[in-house]
Write a protein that binds this ligand. Structure first.
Ligand code: GUN
Length: 282
């Protein structure tokens, strides 16, 4: 059994990205990311600051725009437009969730698909489903795939079971593994007999947001278990969707929370921004 060290895998990818960024800079191409935060939700704020810090560490150009909770939808769309037109900016990320008076889909669809490093724009979703190599793939699913690839396990022909069908994680993660020639099952809150499904998994991806929803009895021996859940318990501790200590002895590879998929997500955002910069300036 191995516990997959997301921090270490992310660090190695970042070192590679930093080298690529240095080379791009020599050609006069500095990858640039614009991050927009609306309101002051503490978790969103800390994610956004981490994204900005990582940009700086890797030598990228970054701009953080903090807007008040009360901003109108039109003013936010204008802000996005100005980054669409900004030659120094390759990637634009609007941190979600947004206040309820702002339409998330309008915001996402205002970002130029060529700068949509989150991979949330319908054009990029469509490109991903079509297997287009110029699609931006959402960062968390991309991080999950990278971690599974790092295990050296074959993906083609394997049965991947995804628990959770969010637009940000579950749906694109399943699609990504389908592109890798896996057989994919999606499970969700209406799935009857969840354990019957999860026991079929060679690779089990838990992306629900409920502590310990995946128990030891739901995992088949030798499975690869990827835990995407980030749940804060009453005692302040973070935990995933998987009962880690109980499942660990049964799994061939398992990701911890924290320190598993989390550190990969920001790294994949940096990866997508470097790609955006290369694709736009070619
Ligand atoms: N909120 C939580 N995760 C994400 C993400 O990956 N991108 C954006 N834009 N907002 C998020």
């Amino acid at each position: 059994m191995t516990v997959l060290d997301g921090k270490q895998i992310a660090k190695e990818i970042r070192e590679q990205l930093a080298r690529e960024i240095q080379e791009l800079k020599l050609e006069g191409n500095v990858p640039g990311l614009a991050v927009i935060l609306v309101g002051d939700h503490p978790a969103s704020r800390s994610y956004v600051l981490a994204k900005e810090r990582t940009c700086k560490e890797l030598g990228m150009h970054s701009v953080l725009t903090e807007l008040p909770e009360s901003i109108s939808e039109n003013d936010l769309l204008d802000c996005i437009q100005s980054f669409n037109n900004d030659e120094q900016i390759d990637g634009i990320l609007v941190q979600l969730p947004l206040p309820s008076h702002i339409s998330e889909s309008k915001v996402i669809e205002t970002i130029l698909p060529e700068k949509d490093v989150d991979g949330f724009h319908p054009i990029n979703i469509g490109r991903m489903h079509a297997g287009d190599e110029h699609a931006f793939i959402p960062c968390t699913p991309l991080g999950i795939l990278e971690m599974v690839k790092q295990t050296g396990e074959e993906i083609s022909g394997k049965h991947v079971v995804v628990v959770g069908r969010s637009n940000l994680v579950g749906k694109p993660a399943g699609q990504l593994f389908l592109q890798e020639n896996a057989t994919v099952t999606f499970c969700h809150s209406r799935t009857k007999n969840l354990a019957e499904q999860t026991l079929q998994a060679d690779i089990l991806i838990a992306a629900v947001g409920k502590p310990n929803i995946i128990t030891e009895a739901m995992v088949s021996p030798g499975a690869v278990v990827i835990d995407v859940g980030v749940n804060r318990l009453e005692n302040g501790k973070l935990c995933g969707d998987v009962d880690f200590e109980a499942v660990k002895p049964k799994a061939k590879h398992i990701t911890p929370v924290p320190g598993g998929v989390g550190p990969m997500t920001i790294t994949m955002l940096m990866n997508n921004t470097v790609l955006a910069s290369k694709w736009r300036k070619k």
